[in-house]
Design a binder for this molecule. Structure first.
Ligand SMILES: Nc1ncnc2c1ncn2[C@@H]1O[C@H](COP(=O)(O)OP(=O)(O)OP(=O)(O)O)[C@@H](O)[C@H]1O
Ligand SMILES: [Mg+2]
Length: 275
């Protein structure tokens, strides 16, 4: 894995140093956000209000989620809070009645999801995020649908990040374990070489050990400079690796702060982290 492009970039943020087994953080390579001048996060879904369909009720109410360059932002909250809806809205799958989405300083509110992918967004939805009857490698090839160049080296990068996928590359993805399927889904999204990755519950239904392993890989991806905006049920563990955290309740922002500050907030702890 040492030749993976996802683990050899010094990260500017020491708060990512919680990763187990990743002791080689080079703090001398501070580069900082490339678009500081814009005064906005790298990706922001700002003040989003909207729901499903033309006449459906609003699910999101003035909801804001964002992530900085190369950082990890985590969205937590109760079931039905609108976490997935906020992700879909940011990816262009919802008609917003209010608010806007900005990527790298450019307003992309009017763009289709496909156009957002072309501009550097990757999205791994909560459900049905792989093609179960296709092989692992075919799934990755599907992820390369926008590429006109030779995508072979990128598949190799994904295999470096997730070695088990190389072993299982000719197996139908539906035969894989839950954690391995999530690796396929993340790998597929990486095939477009996104600048920002939206992950909706990447560790759903996996064991604690597999969850730790997946988080380590996600940290590796972030270290390579890719921003991660993810929804997580494992709130404590996710906030522990998060630069920024959002607690959503009933489609609105209830608490926002650094991962550390949310973990330390007595109200957040009592209401959302089980004390
Ligand atoms: N496709 C849809 N059409 C209409 N309503 C929907 C749709 N998807 C979700 N909703 C509604 O939007 C609200 C928020 O759902 P959402 O899936 O965003 O919550 P969530 O926070 O992701 O929940 P979970 O933790 O269970 O994944 C719910 O009331 C849900 O019923
Ligand atoms: Mg959800």
């Amino acid at each position: 894995m040492s030749n993976s492009p996802y683990d050899d970039h010094g990260n500017k943020d020491l708060s990512l140093g919680n990763a187990k087994g990743m002791g080689e953080i080079d703090t001398t390579k501070h580069s900082g956000p490339t678009h500081e001048s814009a005064g906005e996060p790298f990706l922001i879904g700002a003040n989003m209000t909207g729901g499903y369909g033309k006449h459906g009720p609003d699910i999101l109410h003035d909801c804001t989620i964002a992530v900085e360059k190369g950082e990890i932002a985590v969205i937590v909250g109760p079931n039905g809070a609108g976490k997935s809806t906020a992700m879909k809205a940011t990816f262009g799958m919802l008609n917003l009645r209010k608010g806007h989405v900005t990527l790298d300083g450019v307003d992309i509110t009017g763009l289709t999801p496909q156009d957002r992918v072309a501009r550097g967004m990757g999205f791994v939805p909560q459900n049905n995020n792989i093609f179960t009857s296709m092989t692992v490698e075919e799934n990755l090839e599907m992820g390369a649908f926008l590429r006109t160049d030779d995508y072979r080296p990128i598949i190799e990068q994904v295999y470096d990040l997730f070695p088990i996928l190389k072993e299982k590359r000719n197996q139908p993805a539906g035969e894989l374990s839950g954690g391995q399927r999530q690796q396929v889904a993340v790998g597929r999204a990486l095939m477009t070489q996104p600048k920002v990755l939206l992950l909706d519950e990447p560790t759903a239904g996996v064991s604690p050990i597999v969850m730790d392993e997946l988080f380590d890989r996600i940290i590796e991806v972030a270290r390579s400079g890719i921003s991660i905006l993810m929804v997580e049920q494992n709130a404590k563990q996710a906030l522990d690796i998060a630069d920024k955290g959002y607690v959503l309740v009933q489609g609105a922002n209830a608490h926002t702060g650094t991962g550390k500050s949310l973990m330390a907030d007595p109200e957040v702890r009592a209401s959302f982290l089980g004390g």
